[in-house]
Design a protein around this ligand. Structure first.
Ligand code: GLU
Length: 472
């Protein structure tokens, strides 16, 4: 699963960009401006770990300022390098454009193995990194807003927030300097499961499209579909959960140490608890072990969800993949060579930069909540419930009939924060799916859905630049 040495993730993103740019009519100068990373910040800083000083290498890349603030996660991993952070920042620009989140793309990373440090040491590293960002104006609710990514979560976001607010006393919108925070620290309900849920909403929408499903050789709908998930982190876990709740069967789950397979379906929560207890996903009751984790991707299934890292499906293993639909929950799990194989084989690849946009979409909702300083639903929940009560009362009085308890509960319920966040996310993913599919259908020479998604993104960012008057 490790990256091939000659592989450049940024080059792969640029190759996909160039492939799509041919289907747009933008001036080559605008295309070049859209493609390049606007600002690259590479830093080294010292942190005292035990009685030694360690020099930590870290990055923040702002790919585009066509809209501000810039937005994107922060990754903690030993694989973090400049090329990767640049590629991920670029993907954020296109991602935000497609789902109409008014931000430019960014990404950050610290080259560490978070498992090798105590929470106290990680806190020191995170706080120092935040200081470096503040010094160079690379963080702030109106400039650049980090979020969780691979190896980080709510805890790290809380440290970033605390460092920022302590250095910017009195800044009224300071809470919006980072998203993916704990709910008690200005986070929004629904952010944790947002990416996985967005993946589900996106694939579900594709599965309702008769013509797309005919092409894939599958029946319409999610129910009964056999799904394989790679990665049981936050994204993979929640994607598996929502597919299962939607009626699909999770037939295999793959992790670093191996994979497990059960054609009757796996329960992600039970698998998660098993892994926590045993320290491995293997030997899960009722499932077959697959010792070479990568082989699980090649099993027979309807939908394959790579939800781990980039470059896991490439020219080498792509010919052996049997799934009919691949939903890219991770960023960049397929290489351009793999894309070519799947175009030839007629396998539908639902691309990362829109399919996993649920995270940043709900981050946008969190940021709006922080700027408005009020919880979603606070103003209207009771009003709606009282209104619903009155309307239902009138209907029952006029008809002389009563609705059942379950229906009553549903009708009377006024929306709370999670309801509104889910609804906004569902709407976002459905509209984005339709917009990309329409762009694809409107030009039969567009070879795949990724290219169609890039065309949509390039047109939106291009329009934004043009309207700014930068390119008269
Ligand atoms: N790290 C996530 C991503 O790659 C979320 C970014 C955000 O919420 O800003 O999309």
């Amino acid at each position: 699963m490790s990256a091939q040495p000659e592989y450049s993730f940024f080059d792969a993103v640029s190759a996909s960009f160039d492939k799509a740019a041919r289907f747009t009519s933008w001036d080559p100068g605008i295309l070049e401006q859209i493609k390049q990373c606007n600002s690259v910040y590479r830093m080294h800083f010292p942190v005292k770990i035990g009685d030694k000083i360690e020099t930590i290498k870290a990055y923040r890349v702002q790919h585009s300022h066509h809209k501000t603030p810039c937005k994107g996660g922060i990754r903690f991993a030993t694989t973090v390098n400049l090329d990767e952070v640049m590629a991920l920042a670029a993907l954020m620009t296109y991602k935000c454009a497609i789902v109409n989140v008014p931000f430019g793309g960014a990404k950050g990373g610290i080259n560490i193995d978070p498992k090798k440090y105590t929470p106290y040491e990680l806190e020191k590293i995170t706080r120092r990194y935040t200081h470096e960002l503040i010094k160079k104006n690379f963080i702030g609710p109106g400039t650049d807003v980090p979020a969780p990514d691979y190896g980080t979560g709510e805890r790290e976001m809380a440290w970033i927030l605390d460092t920022y607010t302590s250095m910017k006393p009195g800044e009224i919108d300071a809470q919006g300097c980072v998203t993916g925070k704990p709910v008690t620290q200005g986070g929004v309900r629904g952010r944790r499961e947002a990416t996985g849920l967005g993946v589900f909403y996106g694939i579900r929408e594709i599965c309702t499209m008769k013509d797309m499903m005919e092409k894939a050789g599958l029946p319409v709908g999610i129910a009964g579909k056999r799904v394989i998930v790679q990665g049981l982190g936050n994204v993979g876990f929640h994607a598996a959960k929502f597919f299962r709740l939607g009626g699909a069967k999770i037939v295999a789950i793959a992790e670093f140490e191996g994979a497990i397979y059960n054609p009757e379906g796996l329960n992600e929560e039970e698998v998660f608890q098993h892994r926590k207890k045993e320290g491995t996903i293997l030997n899960f009751p009722g499932a077959t072990n697959i010792l070479q984790s990568g082989e699980a991707l090649e099993l027979d299934c309807d939908i394959l969800i790579p939800a781990a890292l980039e470059n896991v499906i490439n020219g080498e293993n792509a010919p052996r993949i049997k799934a009919r639909i691949i939903g890219e929950a991770a960023n960049g799990p397929l290489t351009p060579e793999a894309d070519e194989v799947f175009i030839r084989k007629g396998i539908l690849v639902v691309p990362d930069m829109y399919l996993n946009a649920g995270g940043v979409t709900v981050s946008y909702f969190e940021w709006l909540k922080n700027l408005s300083h009020v919880r979603y639903g606070r103003m209207e929940k009771r009003f709606t419930e009282n209104l619903n009560q009155a309307v239902l009362g009138q209907i029952e009085k006029l008809t002389g009939k009563e609705v059942g308890d379950q229906e009553r509960e549903f009708i009377l319920h006024g929306p709370d924060e999670a309801d509104l966040v889910y609804s906004g996310l569902e709407e976002t993913m459905i509209s984005a799916t339709r917009e990309i599919i329409d762009a694809w259908k409107s030009n039969p020479s567009i070879p795949d859905m990724r290219t169609a998604a890039y065309v949509v993104a390039i047109n939106k960012v291009g329009t934004s630049y043009a309207e700014l008057g930068i390119f008269p």
